[in-house]
Design a protein around this ligand. Structure first.
Ligand code: SAM
Ligand code: SF4
Length: 340
């Protein structure tokens, strides 16, 4: 029975599950100083992930995206995929990755039950890739994408955050790349989070501008099914690939919200933009709590707001709490559970 519905008739059949905060990249817009370990944190265990997924699936979740941090840094990552994929009711298991381990492991992930993969590639110029991510690993990541096709994935989605003065000039190169490759390029509009005012003001590119350019060059917007997520997708008769635009500042972004998020510490987040989260962890520690867990999810959903209120200047941040005082820094509320 489908129970994950809110007061605005939005159905949440899609769960984004963060399994770690740790990352080995230093993307300028995400972790410019790299991941700083906090000894007190212990991320969801495999058993906790199993119980959590089971409860969501019993209420109607059919798709789980595993994300992070960098999810593939977990030693038990393949077991996590297997566990989620084996949960009755889960039909799709996706992941979002920086691609670092893909070339070596993507075939194992597929055998374990992974059905879809999103890789972040912010530039097709190896030097710019290095500059944005802090890692000189462009060629490894591209080899990972080839390995995904070799392993049998029919499509790979590639996430890129276009930033003015950095990689915005790459648009044509990206489009040339997908002429013959069945890749869905997903341009994510840079989102303002944490202390990144300066970076945001200097580099933010409106998604609407990219949309204009696409429409001018013959790309056409696909009709959306009502349960599609917030991405606007474009196709072109001369291209094997597609382009998706994720524009969180667009007016109707929230109306198409179809996802719930659980952080690596077991907090349910109802919105990408920084609510404080509902703790689920006390109900994950042992078997026998599924009914209580489902009841907590029901109560939390009854509270989900219509929109993120970004237009009223709410940035989804918790500026008054230093990270040490809050269980989650603004980064936790946002990136770790976040995007695809
Ligand atoms: N580490 C993995 C990766 O980079 O794909 C998974 C987690 S990462 C947080 C998921 C996605 O969020 C990436 O595609 C990244 O580009 C995007 N992202 C992170 N911070 C962002 C921001 N401030 N604005 C827009 N996208 C952001
Ligand atoms: Fe790491 Fe992904 Fe953030 Fe880049 S975007 S720093 S790869 S978590």
């Amino acid at each position: 029975m489908f129970e994950l519905q809110d007061a605005f008739a939005r159905k949440f059949q899609y769960l984004r599950l963060s399994v770690t905060d740790v990352c080995n990249f230093k993307c300028t817009y995400c972790l410019p100083d790299g991941y700083r370990p906090d000894g007190r944190k212990s991320f969801l265990t495999l058993d906790e992930i199993r119980r959590l997924t089971r409860a969501f699936a019993a209420m109607g979740t059919s798709k789980v995206r595993i994300t992070g941090g960098e999810p593939s840094l977990r030693k038990d990552f393949t077991d996590i995929i297997e566990t989620v994929a084996a949960t009755p009711g889960i039909r799709k298991v996706a992941m979002t990755t920086n691609g670092y381990r893909m070339a070596k492991q993507v075939a194992d992930w597929r055998r374990a039950g992974l059905t879809a993969i999103n890789v972040s590639v912010d530039s097709l110029d190896p030097r710019m890739f290095h500059q944005i991510t802090g890692q000189n690993r462009f060629h490894e990541v591209m080899a990972g994408i080839d390995a995904a096709f070799d392993a049998g994935f029919e499509q790979v989605k590639v996430n890129a955050v276009l930033m003015r003065g950095l990689n915005d000039g790459d648009l044509d190169r990206f489009l040339a790349w997908i002429r013959d490759n069945p890749i869905q390029l997903r341009f994510i509009e840079l989102m303002q989070t944490g202390d990144m005012d300066e970076l945001f003001n200097r580099h933010h590119v409106r998604g609407a501008l990219i949309k204009e350019q696409l429409l001018k060059s013959g790309w056409q917007q696909k009709l959306r099914a009502h349960n599609d997520g917030p991405a606007e997708v474009f196709w072109h008769p001369d291209y094997a690939g597609e382009v998706g635009l994720i524009m969180p500042y667009a007016k109707d972004f929230c109306a198409s919200c179809n996802r719930l998020r659980v952080s690596s510490l077991g907090k349910l987040h109802l919105c990408l933009f920084g609510d404080h989260g509902v703790d689920l962890r006390d109900l994950l520690a042992e078997e026998g709590q599924q009914a209580a867990l489902q009841q907590r999810l029901r109560e939390a959903l009854a509270d989900k707001k219509a929109t993120h209120f970004l237009h009223q200047g709410h940035t989804g941040m918790t500026p008054h709490l230093p990270p040490s005082a809050a269980e989650h820094s603004p980064l936790d509320c946002f990136y770790r559970t976040a995007l695809a």
